[in-house]
Write a protein that binds this ligand. Sequence first.
Ligand code: HEM
Length: 508
Amino acid sequence: MFLSRYTNSSKMLHCISRMNSSTFKILNDIPTDNTVPQFTVGRKNGFLPWGTPLARLPEPFKIIDQILDEAPYYKRDGTPGLLATGSFGEYVRENLPLLDVSNIKDSALLFALYRDYTFLTSQYLLEPCHLHYLATKSKDYGLGRSRLPANISVPLVSLAKQLDAKPFMEYSCYATFNWEKIDPTSNLDPQNIRLIRHLEGSQHETGFAAVHIAMVQHSGELVSNVQDILDSVEKKDREEFDICLKKMLETTKIINVKMDTMWEYSSPKAFNNFRSYMMGIKSQPMFPKGVVYEGVSKEPTFYRGVSAANDSIIPTIDNLLELTNNLPDNSFTDMLRDFRTYRPVNHNAYLSYVEEKAKSIGVHAFATLDSNSTVLYQALLDQVSEFRERHWRFTKNYILKHSKHPRATGGTPIITWLPNQLATVMQSIVNIQSFIKEDKLSHENKQLYVELTKKANTQLRILNREVEELKKEYHGQDMDFQEVEGQMSKIAQSQSETTYGQAKSAVA
Ligand code: HEM
């Protein structure tokens, strides 16, 4: 049926995403046709690729395997790679031929090539930044390379066009299409994951990416839960709705528990050893004038860096619960929307579908017609808040304790953007109490409601105080895009003139 209509040509690979957002079709089974796009949202695979990420490339692309094996700061055998000696850029310019990628039919190969060219891109552009960061003892990143050579940029842009993706490293390249199972019969928990490509090559880097992947392995259940909730609202089946909300609550709890294993698998102290290569071009002082993709255009480009803001779990729940609607109308929310375009095109189409469907059938309105359903809905909001609260704690411990750089890898202001969403969800938990009639609640739901409302009120007060304090240390955190871009140029001009050569010799 649906998928059989979309086979064979790369043009057709995109039809799925271009469907009307009120009629998104979910994959119920794993396809047998290898031209079906890897990132097709399904009840089984969720937001993971439906196939297994390709770990080794066939001829004539094996040279890319060789370069990416040599690249990481630490190679698989633990010895220093090209990035550790500052020789990656030169090596790639001299050894990578301009390969033809214009006629790739197999979707796993297509995405693997896209992944690999984005690794080459980030490593090439940001190699000087990491060396500068080490040479200046974590003070700043200096300037990145402002031109991407044609042997990387031309194939990358061609692959990105075929996938309708950005020609820059996305989260799907770094995490969800970058794993191998150590034991193929076991699940995708962090201890069973080996990364295909590395930036730095440490176990902390593997652990960091692996925790994300381990969470996404549960997204198939989440997609099923969302679909079942939407169906029950359409049928106005209250009993079914409450059962589905409870099931989704269980799934979100499992995902949140997996998230907490980050502390165990990746040390906060090690994060900045690989974070440099995840930075983007957009809103970053390292690229005040963007990057010219040679052989493609003379005009500079600006893309956001790798960020799990491109993961689809939280945006899906935001959209189902109609939280996205409640986000303040400001430049931070514009950034959130912009992030939605940095993900596989089918994921973006799915998010639009959930957002529009939830709004048109009125998930929030249906939930709040009944006090017990409202508490279950509130408990789901609490899971989103838990995620974002833990996430804010990650940011403070993994980033703010070790760096004063004002922008996150995706280019957002480091101390104000995340709280924009966190405060919104906490406020929603508090506000929803106006729909709840306590005398209608079951004993269990009454206890839950009191606990959740109290917790959100307290956390909101703490968060507001914290952000006001942090603003004294970090400047320019309330600015919108245009102001940010202006500020970026000024920072770049006043930056120390430490050259790549100086930084390179400083770490040698
Ligand atoms: C050490 C762990 C982590 C740190 C330090 C961290 C840091 C950040 C930062 C600074 C941002 C701001 C966006 C930008 O890059 O400009 C962000 C966004 C985001 N990250 Fe993470 N992250 C971590 C782990 C995770 C994990 C495990 C997930 C799970 C999939 C995740 C999901 C998200 C999401 C959904 C956003 C968008 C924020 C929102 O919607 O409120 N992050 N992250």
